[in-house]
Design a protein around this ligand. Structure first.
Ligand SMILES: N=c1c2ncn([C@@H]3O[C@H](COP(=O)(O)OP(=O)(O)OP(=O)(O)O)[C@@H](O)[C@H]3O)c2ncn1[C@@H]1O[C@H](COP(=O)(O)O)[C@@H](O)[C@H]1O
Length: 109
């Protein structure tokens, strides 16, 4: 079995790279070009990639779904960066929900 990559580290590094493309010359990279088109275009691309992932999930093509899921995560991070939402805020929100559901589990015991 292949060793799993720590998800947070990979996402953090990718988000930092995406942030570094903000304000860069559009012809310097794909990300800089997309960000230069504005937050609405970034959101539209995220939506397109999400639909492509849905199609592969329905077809049960695991290889294609893996690739589309990577596209979805990349475009989610670009959309967050375009609207100046730190990835750490999203992670904090997920952690908060995890600890809330942990409390709910304990309370139901
Ligand atoms: N993870 C990604 C990543 N995932 C998807 N994409 C790009 O997103 C685009 C979306 O795919 P589409 O098929 O929709 O693109 P398209 O049809 O060419 O675009 P449109 O005509 O629809 O506008 C592709 O060109 C992919 O290369 C990515 N581009 C960059 N990254 C990473 O982002 C970082 C910065 O990349 P650069 O900005 O290229 O330096 C690097 O770490 C890269 O690995």
């Amino acid at each position: 079995m292949t060793q799993a990559t720590p998800a947070n580290g990979t996402l953090d590094a990718l988000y930092a790279t995406i942030l570094s493309r903000k304000g860069a010359a559009p012809d310097s990279s794909w990300t800089a070009q997309l960000l230069a088109k504005g937050p609405e275009k970034c959101a539209e691309k995220f939506g397109e990639e999400a639909i492509e992932a849905i199609i592969e999930a329905v077809k049960d093509d695991k290889t294609a779904l893996t690739s589309e899921a990577a596209d979805v995560l990349y475009h989610l991070l670009v959309m967050l960066a375009a609207r100046d939402v730190p990835l750490s805020d999203v992670m904090d929100e997920l952690s908060r929900r995890q600890s809330q559901s942990g409390l709910a589990e304990k309370a139901s015991r």
